[in-house]
Design a protein around this ligand. Sequence first.
Ligand SMILES: NC(=O)c1ccc[n+]([C@@H]2O[C@H](COP(=O)([O-])OP(=O)(O)OC[C@H]3O[C@@H](n4cnc5c(N)ncnc54)[C@H](O)[C@@H]3O)[C@@H](O)[C@H]2O)c1
Length: 257
Amino acid sequence: MTNTDRFSGKIAFVTGGARGIGQAVCRRLTDEGALVVIMDLPATIDALGENGGLQCVGFDLADRDTIRRAFVQAIDLVGPPDIFVACAGKKYGSGSFETVTDENWDQYIAVNLTGTFTSCQEAARAMIKAQKSGRIITVGSVNSFMSEPYVAPYASSKGGIAMLTRSMAVDLAKYKITANMIAPGPIAVLDDLSDFAKEPTVSEIRKNVALMRPGKPEECAGAVAYLASDDASFTTGTTIMIDGGASAMTFGGTRDF
Ligand SMILES: NC(=O)c1ccc[n+]([C@@H]2O[C@H](COP(=O)([O-])OP(=O)(O)OC[C@H]3O[C@@H](n4cnc5c(N)ncnc54)[C@H](O)[C@@H]3O)[C@@H](O)[C@H]2O)c1
């Protein structure tokens, strides 16, 4: 529950806003007064139905031209963004490192890393042109910092987003634009809810997450809202882990509670 209007008069563009964590971010920013545009794959937007009343622009992060067109379209609709959340991403594993195909590697890098680069650059250029001291928030992962079996392309792309975010923070500081990342651990989005309720995931989460449960999309949205708010005015180039303490511990399996 939120009861502030701290984003009243602010414009936010959210990639991946039609589903999962991005959808929760859109809800939170809207609840707090922002005018939000969802940027997502046309098929995901279509599946939304009524769109929750939000404006939507279709694009494919794997295709630079569609990203640039989407920004022109979104700016025509509502004006340049004050807040840009780069949440869209390609998830899940790829098989063991020695079996990863060129095509699979290229897809993860194109969507997650190059797509995040191009969309953040378009957002930054629009903020600079409009002289807005904007907020850019990227969505990495615990896999930006730590690996696990069969995620080499995904983890590499997410590690790149961590470094990209720091680089944006440094270069965009002169425009008073901040750039920060959230790094979610296991978050139970709708598509995965049934998996999170089953073994072996229940035991794995109990063993590897200090709080012994998956996170909720709303718990990521809360951190995004903080980073987009005036409270985070002196915070740039950093990461908020939203992982229930997974990255704070190791060998959690021996806990007896
Ligand atoms: N759910 C988790 O456990 C978890 C953990 C760590 C990081 N993340 C990251 O959070 C972000 C959101 O994940 P989620 O769990 O909500 O996933 P999700 O699959 O529910 O949502 C992903 C969104 O990205 C969009 N998308 C995918 N490929 C795209 C493309 N080529 N062009 C444009 N849009 C595209 C999808 O349409 C969808 O709306 C992702 O970047 C993911 O890597 C999720």
